[in-house]
Design a protein around this ligand. Structure first.
Ligand SMILES: Cc1cc2nc3c(=O)[nH]c(=O)nc-3n(C[C@H](O)[C@H](O)[C@H](O)COP(=O)(O)O)c2cc1C
Length: 232
């Protein structure tokens, strides 16, 4: 018996994980794979997909900033970090942030604290690297809002999980032999699923993509149908 639904019963938080390149460029992503793994000495593990730009910067400098998200973060904020790569796009252009003494970006909204880390060892996990880190600097920012859990992100915000995430699972796209298509927003990663439609915005479940009206916009980031591609 191997019921993969059990994996959805594991609990996580959501974090901004950022880094700085050797020539001072900054970038960050959303990750749920952050955990304190020992107390004495304090060690924190962060697991990132090897294809991400943030992974590239961490390999260059060994520096990481981790920031727990709070429930005040909306899908557009999360989409900025979690559904687009920073290659050719500045994720910090419209973001309020300050720099740590090592040049790491510290976002000042939608997060309760920041922890700056130094990589002390790495575990190669084929698609991902687990960075084991020491804790260098840590400060509280705003603890007035509850932390965002992965469960809150899925159930309350109705957020999706992209391929790079450690918890990604391929969803079933066929039902009763009939193939239903999915279309992915190039900007934020929202997926229009023909099986589910978008009932909150007047598109009933089962509506084929070609029948979705032309003035429909992505419910997460607001772009039009022309910004969507069929999912492979
Ligand atoms: C809810 C959520 C959880 C995620 N968890 C992880 C994770 O644990 N590790 C990871 O490498 N990427 C994770 N991602 C995916 C990255 O945030 C995403 O691939 C990002 O666009 C990479 O950006 P970059 O190339 O600019 O570094 C997650 C995304 C979301 C929305």
């Amino acid at each position: 018996m191997l019921n993969l639904k059990t994996l959805f019963t594991l609990g996580y938080g959501l974090y901004i994980v950022s880094s700085v390149s050797k020539d001072g460029k900054i970038n960050g992503l959303i990750a749920n794979s952050v955990a304190q793994v020992t107390a004495e000495p304090i060690r924190i593990a962060v697991t990132l997909n090897k294809e991400s730009l943030t992974h590239e910067y961490i390999q260059q400098t060994g520096l990481i900033c981790v920031q727990p998200l709070t429930e005040s973060a909306d899908l557009i904020f999360i989409g900025n970090f979690g559904f687009r790569s920073g290659r050719g796009f500045d994720k910090f252009a419209k973001m309020p942030y300050k720099l740590s003494k090592e040049g790491l970006p510290i976002v000042t909204v939608n997060t309760s604290s920041y922890l700056t880390l130094k990589v002390i060892s790495k575990v190669d996990l084929e698609t991902h690297t687990m960075f084991i880190c020491s804790l260098e600097e840590a400060e509280l920012l705003d603890n007035s809002c509850p932390p965002m859990t992965y469960a809150y992100y899925h159930h309350d915000l109705k957020g999706k999980t992209p391929k790079g995430a450690v918890t990604y699972q391929k969803e079933e796209i066929t039902k009763k032999g009939e193939k239903k298509m999915k279309y992915v927003c190039n900007v934020c990663g929202y997926v229009y699923d023909e099986e589910l439609g978008d009932p909150e915005h007047g598109i009933p479940a089962g509506t084929a993509w070609k029948d979705v009206k032309e003035d429909w916009v992505c419910p997460v980031c607001g772009v039009g149908k022309d910004q969507f591609n069929a999912e492979n």
